[in-house]
Design a protein around this ligand. Sequence first.
Ligand code: SF4
Length: 66
Amino acid sequence: MIRVTVDQDRCCGAGLCAQELPTVFDQGDDAVVVLLDEQPADDLADDLEDVAFACPSGAIRVHRDQ
Ligand code: SF4
């Protein structure tokens, strides 16, 4: 199972996450990330880790539970 967390205080509103994975991430009126799905499907794991790595503010964490 995958769990995703975001740190809205760190997010700089670049929007990359919402562009790449719109089923998991959105942006509020202030452009700050909004997490739509805390437990995305397992087959999104690699894409989620790519987005977390690419996030310019390091605001996304992906946890893989056993
Ligand atoms: S990619 Fe990172 S900085 Fe950009 S909106 Fe998403 S969480 Fe915020």
